[in-house]
Design a protein around this ligand. Structure first.
Ligand SMILES: [Zn+2]
Length: 212
């Protein structure tokens, strides 16, 4: 029953998040690449368009999934993955500008925390943001060596079928988030299961130990 509802109803990101999604792709692909992706995605209406900078739920999960699928189709799985990761890095930077006051992660009190607390509080703040301001359903789970970020309703692979995890944009967001939170360190971030591959959630493992 639950599944039927998920397939028949449309879900949305707020325009502000959709705008960041489009801007981050434009930054990495360039205008020409972006337009080509939108054509392949059969979304010609978005060419040269940006969602409004507001919280109205206007950017559909279907649009997100189509763009990510077209990116992979146009550049191939390996290069497509690399580009999608980079769009995620860009999206975090845009997101930080737009949402920092809601997230509270640029405040002095946050910056003074030890790294482990910064990571935990930063991920919790992101978790709350996604659940509150979009139709995404996300859960954060603590693990021995880091965190599991479960996306139970995921825009990035919406409507897609894939042999392997394909929510690279989300992985990129967390790579950049961890890089920023730690003041320039790198962390292992990997998607271990994906709804597009028939699994119940998209799960991203985020190590809390920096790569030496
Ligand atoms: Zn996904």
């Amino acid at each position: 029953m639950e599944e039927e509802t998920q397939e028949t109803r449309e879900f949305y990101l707020p325009n502000k998040m959709g705008r960041i999604f489009i801007l981050s792709h434009e930054e990495i692909l360039g205008k020409t690449g972006m337009n080509a992706v939108l054509k392949i995605a059969d979304l010609p209406g978005w060419i040269g368009q940006l969602p409004a900078n507001n919280f109205e739920p206007g950017f559909s999960f279907t649009t997100c999934g189509k763009i990510e699928a077209a990116l992979e189709k146009m550049y191939g799985p390996a290069a497509g993955r690399g580009l999608a990761l980079r769009t995620g890095h860009a999206a975090f930077k845009y997101g930080l500008r737009e949402f920092s006051s809601l997230l509270g992660i640029t405040e002095l009190s946050f910056r003074l925390l030890p790294l482990s607390m910064k990571i935990q509080n930063g991920l919790k703040a992101l978790n709350t943001l996604y659940n509150q301001y979009s139709d995404q359903i996300v859960r954060l789970e603590k693990e021995n060596d880091g965190f599991l970020w479960h996306i139970d309703r995921c825009p990035y692979c919406w409507g897609r079928d894939s042999d392997s995890p394909c929510c690279h944009h989300a992985v990129g967001i967390f790579q950049e988030a961890m890089h920023w939170i730690s003041g320039g360190k790198y962390f292992h971030v990997e998607e271990s299961s994906c709804k597009a591959a028939g699994e119940p959630s998209c799960t991203i493992h985020i190590s809390s130990k920096p790569v030496e």
